[in-house]
Every structure is written in structure tokens, then in C-alpha cells.
Design a protein around this ligand. Sequence first.
Ligand code: FAD
Length: 303
Amino acid sequence: MVSFRPSRHGARRIRVSFEFFPPKTPDMEATLWASIERLAPLAPNFVSVTYGAGGSTRERTHNTVARIVRGTPLRPAAHLTCVAATRDEVNEVVRSYWDAGVRHIVALRGDPIAGIGAKYEPHPGGYDQTCDLVAGIKRIGNFEVSVSAYPEKHPEAASLDADIDALRKKVDCGADRAITQFFFDNDLYLRYLDTVRSRGIDIPIVPGILPVQNFKQAASFAARAGASVPEWLAQRFEGLEEDVDTRKLIAAAVAAEQVLDLVDRGVTEFHFYTMNRADLVYAVCHLLGLRPVPKVEAERAAA
Ligand code: FAD
């Protein structure tokens, strides 16, 4: 990816990736493809498509990813979890991605089938933990594999140290990159990065950025994900529940402030949780210095 953004520390090469979820209805499908078309000219490093809880979007994820391979110059990454499937079933999904030309999987354990907060029980005959899934995927094909990382620790982890041990296992099994849960306090991420590096983990730990399009929704995601919401963030959106236009401007300002501060502090790669909407993410990428590249160049970048 393509942009050199001047910062207080000199020009830096910025790379971005975008996350989408598979659409449920024809209207949502139209929104998704309009967003992909708008963001594609920014030539992201990759775009990823999530996998529904309990494997509920298996076909829709596959269809979306396969259409990205067929119809765009983008490099897609398919999310995949260990939940509610035997190893053979999961391996079958992995092989079908390979056959469709997909070369990147975001490997996850997934949430307990009984819901967040319940005890996680591996499926009998399934992959136990993400590290086993990562190893299984690498056995099937030469996939690039990304995994999750949690700057505020995964809610089920006994401690941040224990969670970093789990990340270490995923790296030992072959993970090439970690993408973080979203966070709003950059100090949290940078402290986490220092700790991870001090433990000898050297894969990229790409910050996951959630531009806050709707504060109430973001706060509810954060509560479920164990991510903290600083008081200052709530205050910025206070009183704007009915004022969509001002909310959009504040959302852009907040997201810009977050990523530009990270760039100033040496971060050069970002993963955006787009919620299938392009405008805010496009604006933030513009501020990062990204500009649309001609189709031919985008195709060459993806090759
Ligand atoms: P892991 O990081 O593997 O760990 C989960 C817990 O188990 C942690 O407490 C960890 O410390 C512990 N643990 C892990 N390995 C071991 C081990 N070997 N021994 C002992 N303890 C261990 N969910 C979806 O359903 N679909 C998606 O598409 C999806 N995409 C995501 C993308 C990103 C970037 C992120 C950050 C999360 C995503 N999630 C998704 C959510 C994720 O599935 C949940 O957070 C789930 O509860 C944990 O899965 P994980 O792979 O992140 O877990």
C-alpha cells in the first residue's frame, strides 16, 4: 500500500486493510459492494470477511470472499473459527478457500456456542484452540494466517500475561500477523506492543481501528469485547443522539485524531473495522495520505 504520509518523524509508508461482514439481505449486499468499490481504489494490503458466531455465515462468508477473488483486484482474507465443527469440516472449508484462490485466513477460536460469558467447550473432534487451527491451516496450504490479539486481554484470559502466552502459541504454530481488538486509548496499544515485543514476539501486531459511527453501538460492542471506553469519548458524542450530521463530523475527527497520533508514534499499518460502510474509513485513509490508484496499478499491487 501506497501512501507516504509526512509525520513529525518523516515520511512513512502506510498500509491499510479493511474488514467487512457478510451481508444478510439484498439491501445489505448492495451496501457492502458499494463500500468495497469505494475503498478498493485505495489498494489495501488485504480485505477480510468475518465468519458468523457458531459458523452461522459459513456459506455467506465463502460466497463474499469468492466474489472478491473473481470480481476485484483485492486480496481477500477469510475469517474462520473452530466453533461447532469437526476438524474434517473445518479442513474442508480451508481447502475450498484454497480451491477458490484464497491465500489468507484470519484464524480464530470463536465465541462459546452458548454465547459470550459462557465457558468455551471445544467441539468434540474439533480444533481445541486457535493455535491448533493455525497449524492445521498451514498443513493444508501455504496460506498467510492472521490471528487476533487483545491489548486489554481477552475477557476469558486469567491475565494479560496468560493471554500473551496464548498469542505466543499461535505465533509458534505459524501465525504471520496479529490484528488487535479495537481500542480507543492509544497508550494501551503501545504499552501492549512493548510487552509483546519484550516477550520476543516479532510478528506485526496491527492495530484494529473502529471508527465510531454510532457511539451507543460501539459502546455495546466494547462491553462484549472487554474493551474500555474512555470517559472523554462518551463526552464527545454526548447530546448528539438525534444530530446525525454533527455526529458524522465528530466521528471523523475522533478517528482521525486516533490514527494520526499512532502514525506520529511510529505505527504504519492499520486494520479498519468498516461495519460495511466506506465514507468515514475513506476520509480517515485520505488523512493518512492514501489516494486512489488507477485500476491497473491496483491490480499490479495485488498480484
Ligand atoms: P484466542 O486468542 O485464541 O483465545 C481465546 C481465549 O483462550 C483467551 O483467553 C486466551 O488467553 C485463551 N487461550 C488461547 N489459546 C490457549 C491455549 N493454547 N491454552 C490456554 N488458553 C488459551 N469472532 C467470530 O465469531 N467471527 C469472526 O470473524 C471474528 N473475527 C475477529 C477478528 C479479530 C481481529 C478479533 C480481535 C476478534 C474476532 N472475533 C471473531 C472474536 C473472537 O472469535 C472472540 O474474541 C473469541 O472469544 C476468541 O477467539 P480468538 O481467536 O480471538 O481467541
